[in-house]
Design a protein around this ligand. Structure first.
Ligand SMILES: Cc1cc2nc3c(=O)[nH]c(=O)nc-3n(C[C@H](O)[C@H](O)[C@H](O)COP(=O)(O)OP(=O)(O)OC[C@H]3O[C@@H](n4cnc5c(N)ncnc54)[C@H](O)[C@@H]3O)c2cc1C
Length: 320
């Protein structure tokens, strides 16, 4: 308790006011899974991001940066540390000709619609993704076999020493659903994109079609975290997407506790009500093992798993 009070005091002295104590992480994840985090802080600008990181580093407190929590599995035990949420203050969009600057907290569906409405094309594929721009860049997310890196010019980050740096796209090490920020732990605060001029009706038509497809293909109601396994381009070409392999291996509908391989899309694991992180991890292990035995492919995870001590781990070593 003393430790938490000390952190809160330091935050307040730096003018950081958006602080919540003992927050259930199930409220911060689209999977609706996760025990309590000691603190959640939502910085109101770049300086507060830097101050937050410097304070937490000085006090040796573990922290995890999140956007909208749509690619994260939190632990049932929660987090003995601090969630740094990049949201409201970073949800601006600035447009100048073909150049678009977005704050890291802007919901990407809003960004896609906003630029589409004025005839800018290049990011229609992100219209149905529920994350923030920061999370999307860190994950190099996208759909329709496209990635946000296709249009990124540069990414402004706050480094661990508190300095802000603009990183040109070629230094972001973008590859399929991966970027240098997953390793560097830099905090993305702003992203600059270059789009193309397009026909507004075409853009709207494409976005509507994408949204319709997603509604038909993806589970709608049950909480989930999108695709669990990576659909890497080589395996996709040679064998197909993970959903197809999981279905072929007969795992559709498999469950552990309240975690279930979606009956609608086999690469989604849905929370039927009270799924725990343990249930999800066990189910991932079982599916991966079965796919390996039946199809011969060892699936890699797209989702990030956050431990109680704040480490981000891939679940790739888990199998039965
Ligand atoms: C229904 C559904 C459909 C989905 N469909 C797709 C899809 O079509 N394509 C796709 O690519 N993804 C998809 N996803 C996954 C997810 O939405 C994306 O990966 C998204 O980009 C994550 O953004 P987020 O803000 O939720 O990030 P989070 O889940 O909060 O974080 C993801 C990772 O990024 C880090 N991070 C987040 N923000 C920052 C920041 N500002 N600075 C530094 N690190 C940060 C976190 O630490 C974490 O490691 C889907 C998810 C759901 C639930």
């Amino acid at each position: 308790m003393e430790r938490i009070d000390k952190i809160v005091q330091k935050f307040r002295r730096s003018g950081i006011r958006n602080i919540l104590e003992n927050i259930p992480l199930s409220t911060q994840s689209s999977w609706r899974i996760g025990g309590p985090a000691d603190l959640l802080v939502e910085p109101e600008g770049v300086k507060q991001v830097a101050d937050t990181i410097l304070i937490l580093t000085e006090l040796e407190v573990p922290y995890v940066v999140i956007g909208n929590g749509t690619n994260l599995l939190f632990d049932d035990g929660g987090l003995r540390g601090v969630i740094v949420k990049i949201a409201g203050a970073f949800s601006y969009i600035l447009i100048d000709g073909l150049n678009v600057i977005g704050g890291a907290g802007v919901p990407v569906c809003r960004l896609a619609r906003r630029v589409g409405d004025i005839g800018l094309t290049g990011i229609e594929h992100i219209v149905g993704i529920p994350g923030t721009l920061g999370g999307l860049v860190v994950m190099n997310g996208g759909s329709q076999r496209q990635s946000i890196s296709d249009v990124v010019v540069d990414v402004t980050v706050v480094k661990l020493n508190g300095q802000s740096v603009k990183v040109p796209s070629r230094y972001c090490d973008f590859s399929y659903r991966s970027s240098s920020f997953q390793e560097s732990k830099d905090i993305v605060v702003e992203v600059s994109l270059k789009l193309q001029r397009g026909d507004i009706d075409d853009i709207h038509r494409r976005m509507l079609e994408i949204l319709r497809n997603r509604r038909n293909k993806f589970p709608g109601r049950e909480p989930n975290c999108g695709s669990v396994f990576l659909s890497d381009p080589t395996t996709y070409k040679e064998i197909g997407p993970p959903g197809k392999m999981i279905e072929e291996a007969g795992c559709k509908g498999w469950s552990v506790g309240d975690a279930q391989v979606s009956a609608k899309h086999a690469n989604f694991i849905v929370n039927l009500g009270h799924a725990s992180s343990k249930d999800v991890i066990e189910l991932i292990g079982k599916v991966r093992q079965e796919v390996y035995e039946q199809v011969g492919v060892w699936l890699q995870c797209e989702i990030k798993c956050i431990t109680v001590s704040g480490e981000t781990v891939r679940l790739d070593q888990f199998g039965n």
